[in-house]
Design a binder for this molecule. Structure first.
Ligand code: ZN
Length: 276
């Protein structure tokens, strides 16, 4: 059984001292593909260097795991984006780095924490939507308590022809089943994370239950959102099968089927054609 963790911040300082062991544990759990989402320019650079370094490393822990990265700016960090933010992201893409960059993000809106002013979040989101469109890259969207504005901005992009038919993933989807239908109609995948294992997950259970099998992705969001029964500890990619197990239970299918279909979905969502 092979698993694809399509969202794990393993470039985070939480893994600075033991990333090798973390990757070994991931591999032992069957997690062979990981996408590193970025939260600002420095983090994008850090994630990218890790993916490149891992690829060229001849020996070492978890070598059989393939890593890719996104580049972008999380809504929390939107006020740091600056007038040259888009240009700085664009400059990270070179012939050498391009094979490792599979998405723009995390980008979106977060009105729960409001770490950046909302109008700035919207502007930075729009700029990254345009960038993703121009570069023909899928998006990793972070949306929390900002559904109406997020959907409105995406509708405007679509109406002006600046949203691809398969535009990416709604990461750690926390919306209603109705919202899930709307974003799926726009072509997005639905990212399911550790909270699906929590007691108050009612809404997410419905989302998982109703989602067509070809649109589900599994993500740990390491080091955050640790699934039950490891809640309280640092999260890591090796925990992905706990999320897969829960999704398999909800859908009443074998775990191996969830592993296979979410693996294939991640390859399609991020247009990875060379995943041997
Ligand atoms: Zn994340």
């Amino acid at each position: 059984m092979q698993w694809f963790d399509s969202h794990a911040h393993i470039q985070d300082s939480a893994f600075a001292s033991d990333l090798g062991t973390v990757l070994e544990r991931a591999l032992a759990a069957g997690v062979t593909r990981i996408i590193l989402p970025a939260s600002d320019h420095i983090d994008s650079q850090r994630a990218l260097s890790l993916a490149v370094r891992h690829r060229t490393q001849k020996t070492g822990a978890g070598r059989a795991i393939r890593l890719w990265t996104s580049i972008g700016c999380h809504p929390h960090e939107a006020s740091k984006y600056g007038s040259d933010g888009t240009e700085r992201l664009r400059r990270m893409i070179t012939p050498a780095s391009r094979p490792f960059i599979v998405a723009i993000g995390e980008t979106g809106l977060d009105y729960h924490y409001d770490h950046s002013p909302r109008h700035v979040q919207r502007e930075v989101f729009r700029q990254q939507l345009d960038l993703a469109y121009a570069l023909n890259l899928p998006l990793i969207i972070h949306e929390r308590e900002a559904t109406a504005d997020c959907l409105e901005i995406l509708r405007q992009q679509a109406a002006t022809g600046r949203l691809h038919a398969s535009p990416g993933v709604f990461h750690c989807f926390s919306g209603s089943p109705e919202t899930a239908v709307i974003v799926r109609k726009m072509g997005f995948f639905i990212g399911i994370d550790g909270p699906v294992t929590y007691k108050n997950a009612r809404k997410t259970l419905d989302v998982v239950h109703q989602c067509p099998p070809d649109r589900l992705l599994l993500e740990t969001d390491s080091p955050y959102l640790t699934p039950v029964p490891k809640r309280g500890q640092r999260n890591e990619p090796a925990n992905l099968p706990l999320i897969g197990q829960k999704v398999a239970e909800i859908r009443g299918v074998p775990q191996a089927e969830i592993a296979r279909l979410t693996f294939d979905n991640a390859c399609r969502a991020f247009r990875l054609t060379d995943v041997d």
